[in-house]
Write a protein that binds this ligand. Structure first.
Ligand code: NI
Ligand code: MN
Length: 259
């Protein structure tokens, strides 16, 4: 018998533990998909960031996650109801700071939100060691008051660089656009959260092209399947992405976390 064909137990343990480290995609950043375009990110230091917290009326958000008890920062990409969502009520409960483009920030201020960071595209803001950059999105943005349409500034996306360097791009609602090449070059996102539902945003074909511009390591598709009007299919996106094997598509069910 050749004894060398058996690996010592400590070698097996070592290989197993390194595979666990390799599986830790977020490098200590916990990412939870809350359905539609809503995400919760928790930094390695425990800072809780919500993006587009449309929860209570979101048909995809699991009931247990519709109420938010703790949030430090809320990033709102634009004024549409499926993104602005429960931002105002969450700030009343948590005292979270909201980051939004100037006009949307002013609107939220008028609605009683206390802690607001007004920004505009291309700029960055440092929150407890986490760098938040507001970037362009190709879409529209407004909210309604009774029968009035209220302008809430231009639509945006966000690039979040955590204290350990792990970088997440949340595209908001957007068409594919050549700016994404700049985001890839300048910010080098590890993870891109991309809409693929079509009709109001990119569909699978456009999102697969966006991936070529952004060149992330991972993509989590979002903004699909919430209502029948969003016809873009996640399976079609995954199929198209087989042409880019260097990019891993991670499909999270609402309520699921990546660590
Ligand atoms: Ni929208
Ligand atoms: Mn939307």
């Amino acid at each position: 018998m050749n004894r060398k064909s058996f690996l010592p137990i400590w070698v097996i343990f070592f290989l197993w533990s390194t595979s666990l480290f390799a599986a830790e995609i977020g490098q200590g950043v916990q990412i939870t998909y809350l359905g539609h375009a809503a995400f919760k990110l928790i930094s390695p230091q425990g800072v809780v960031i919500l993006i587009d917290p449309f929860l209570k009326n979101n048909p995809k958000t699991p009931t247990a996650l519709k109420e938010v008890d703790k949030a430090d920062l809320i990033l709102v990409t634009h004024g549409h109801g499926d993104h602005l969502g429960d931002t105002i009520s969450i700030t009343q409960k948590t005292n979270a700071t909201v980051i939004a483009i100037a006009e949307l920030a002013r609107y939220l201020g008028k609605k009683g939100v206390k802690n607001i960071v007004r920004m505009n595209k291309g700029g960055s803001y440092l929150f407890k060691g986490i760098r938040i950059t507001m970037v362009n999105a190709q879409h529209s943005s407004s909210t309604t008051e009774g029968d009035q349409v209220v302008y809430t500034g231009e639509p945006t996306g966000f690039i979040i660089r955590f204290e350990n360097g792990f970088t997440v791009y949340h595209a908001g609602d957007t068409a594919v656009m050549s700016d994404m090449k700049i985001f890839g070059d300048v910010y080098k996102p590890d993870l891109a959260l991309l809409p693929i539902g079509s009709h109001f945003t990119m569909g699978p074909q456009e999102a697969a092209y966006a991936s070529k511009l952004l060149r992330p390591k991972y993509i989590i598709p979002m903004h699909y399947g919430t209502w029948p009007i969003l016809t873009g299919k996640v399976d079609d996106f995954a199929q198209l992405m087989k042409e880019q094997p260097e990019v891993k598509v991670i499909i999270l069910a609402p309520g699921e976390s990546l660590k």
